[in-house]
Design a protein around this ligand. Structure first.
Ligand SMILES: Cc1ncc(C[n+]2csc(CCOP(=O)(O)OP(=O)(O)O)c2C)c(N)n1
Ligand code: SF4
Ligand SMILES: [Mg+2]
Length: 288
């Protein structure tokens, strides 16, 4: 097994607050990738903006850090032209479920073979504590002074309803179980959504580490992750929030398979230099 040290940046400043759940997610992701034997040169982390989206800065690997809510489009493109790379889109709940919601919906429909990890702290951390789409009813912030009155967005119910190919929820406080879920998600062929509960110790004093411990439970061994109806029932449970792999559909073809560019020629599009140059010069000629 490869050591997770391979992804370490050395002595760098990390801009997260002491005690933030993002530290655990960073550690767990490195453990999962090293257990899978994915070398840094074979990995691309893609992110938008937010505390969660800083994760690629603390990883010795390839990365693309773009606009708020826009991790999915570059991640989809990177995978389409380099199918041999493992591509992971990293984001926060605001980033993916608010600003990036449209991209999430259409990624589920396209089914690119990428993993989408969402650090769900139920708050906008980077911008200092406004409500996010997953903030709970009654959550008070300097903007939502009387408390949030909107029903929280349910990413798992959405993903199962759209027949996403892999849907899971984890908790940053559980290293082993979250690592196992990430290993399955990254190994899965197709779009894998992993929502990870992550305490924000500075701006969410309600949904703390203790709160997540007390308000979650693991789906048991008899949960059938191929049963979509049952997965949906589990996804809409609110009294206690289930953790684990809710749903998997191994039968869906991926975006890369559907676009058909690899049906005859297996060479990654990114490496097809001659073909690209020919297309480019034809395009230029056609515009003259
Ligand atoms: C288009 C756009 N809108 C708003 C912002 C401001 N902004 C930056 S990060 C952020 C929210 C971050 O919240 P989340 O995605 O939950 O990440 P966290 O910091 O909690 O990890 C917002 C609103 C921005 N950078 N760009
Ligand atoms: S503000 Fe919250 S999410 Fe951001 S680093 Fe601090 S504890 Fe983590
Ligand atoms: Mg957040």
């Amino acid at each position: 097994m490869m050591e997770s040290q391979i992804y370490e940046m050395g002595d760098i400043d990390i801009a997260w607050c002491p005690g933030c759940g993002n530290f655990s997610i960073l550690k767990i992701l490195k453990l999962a990738l090293s257990e899978l034997g994915i070398k840094p040169e074979k990995l691309v982390l893609v992110s938008g903006i937010g505390q969660a989206a800083k994760i690629p800065h603390y990883f010795k690997t390839n990365f693309f850090n773009g606009l708020h809510g826009r991790a999915i489009p570059p991640a989809t493109a990177i995978k389409a032209v380099n199918p041999d790379l493992a591509v992971i889109a990293e984001s926060g709940d605001g980033d993916m479920y608010g600003e990036g919601g449209n991209h999430l919906i259409n990624a589920i429909r396209r089914n690119p073979d990428i993993t989408n990890i969402v650090h769900n702290n139920m708050v906008y951390g980077l911008t200092k504590g406004q409500a996010s789409p997953t903030s709970q009813i009654g959550f008070k912030t300097p903007v939502q002074v009387k408390g949030v009155f909107l029903e929280p967005f349910n990413p798992l119910a959405l993903a199962v309803a759209l027949d996403a190919s892999f849907v899971a929820r984890a908790f940053s406080g559980d290293i082993e179980q979250t690592k196992d879920i990430l290993i399955e998600a990254i190994s899965h062929r197709g779009f894998a959504l992993v929502d990870i509960f992550q305490p924000c110790v500075s701006f969410n004093k309600v949904n703390t580490h203790k709160w997540f411990k007390e308000n979650t439970y693991y789906l048991n061994g008899s949960h059938d992750s191929s049963d979509r109806g049952n997965a949906f029932q589990k996804a809409i449970e609110t009294e206690k929030l289930p953790l684990g792999i809710f749903y998997k559909n191994d039968k869906k073809s991926t975006f890369e398979e559907n676009v058909g560019v690899y049906s005859k020629n297996k060479e990654p599009l990114a490496l097809r230099k001659e073909e690209r140059m020919k297309k480019l010069s034809n395009l230029i000629k056609s515009k003259r």
